[in-house]
Design a protein around this ligand. Structure first.
Ligand SMILES: C[S@@+](CC[C@H](N)C(=O)[O-])C[C@H]1O[C@@H](n2cnc3c(N)ncnc32)[C@H](O)[C@@H]1O
Length: 258
């Protein structure tokens, strides 16, 4: 993709209009989105197929889109990014919800535009994306009748944000082809423990509920009709400042058939 200086400037101006970015994404020509997490540095831990030609991929909790556009770059035929319609649709703690409800309608709408919507759109335009689309839904509302089944269902760093991760995993299982796979990463605890532990972390931040040990996630996956767990990996996710550290567990789960 060859861009004119004017096109480069236009992209930079669009990026600058958005204050809040989750992902730091390389858009070429020296342009990067100014996000907190440069996930390209951690891709090796996810063990994604080098090529995804012909695949349908569901990216649940796509945020500003690093993974969705990476799947397209690897050749996926169709990528569906799932995001909440609005900031207010998170499973907030009651305390944060009370604070949030105090905000004016225009502040709320700016948050929706900046945090939930525009980043993903601007990245797609800059990359001249053709095979990625976004839908607005909570994980609980994923329905196979509407979306069909996918070769890969991906859920990166989002299950700790949902109050009912077991239901979320059940919904993702329904959308997984029998020969497909779920690739999931979680903010983990006790990565070396053999115990199945879920820790309640509702006091940690505005929208965090459960952290699981790797063993716990694997048992939840098995109870939700995944039988083979493949590719277990643990790494420490850091933001670009290096101040935020999060032990992260990644695994692939294959559906139980029959
Ligand atoms: C920490 S970000 C992770 C972004 C990306 N998946 C990654 O791994 O880099 C979590 C994303 O999940 C979304 N999310 C949170 N709760 C959700 C829910 N109940 N249903 C769908 N998405 C949700 C958030 O809006 C946010 O964009």
């Amino acid at each position: 993709m060859v861009r004119t200086p004017q096109q480069i400037q236009d992209i930079q101006q669009k990026l600058a209009k958005i204050e809040s970015w989750y992902h730091r994404i390389d858009l070429g020509d020296g342009i990067e989105t100014p996000g907190h997490f440069r996930m390209a540095d951690y891709l090796r831990f996810y063990n994604l197929p080098e090529r995804m030609d012909g695949m349908r991929v569901l990216d649940v909790g796509a945020s500003t889109g690093f993974f969705a556009y990476e799947f397209e770059r690897r050749g996926a035929l169709e990528v569906v990014g799932v995001e909440l319609p609005s900031w207010g649709d998170h499973d907030w703690t009651p305390r944060y919800r009370r604070e949030f409800e105090q905000k004016s309608a225009s502040d709320k709408s700016n948050i929706d535009r900046e945090v939930m919507r525009d980043g993903f759109t601007v990245v797609g335009e800059a990359l001249q994306s053709k095979r990625v689309r976004r839908i607005w839904k909570a994980i609980y509302d994923l329905r196979v009748e509407e979306l069909g089944q996918f070769d890969i269902v991906f859920s990166g760093a989002m299950l700790m944000h949902v109050r009912d991760p077991v239901l979320g995993i059940q919904r993702m299982r329904e959308c997984c082809k029998p020969d497909g796979r779920l690739i999931v990463s979680i903010s983990s605890i006790f990565p070396d423990s053999k115990e199945s532990i879920a820790k309640f972390v509702g006091e940690w931040n505005q929208c965090n509920w459960w952290q699981m040990s790797p063993r716990c996630l694997e048992e939840v996956l098995q109870c939700c009709d995944f039988d083979r767990i493949e590719h277990r990996e643990t790494y420490t996710l850091q933001d670009v400042t290096g101040k935020f550290h999060d032990p992260t567990f990644v695994c692939h789960a294959r559906p139980r058939i029959g």
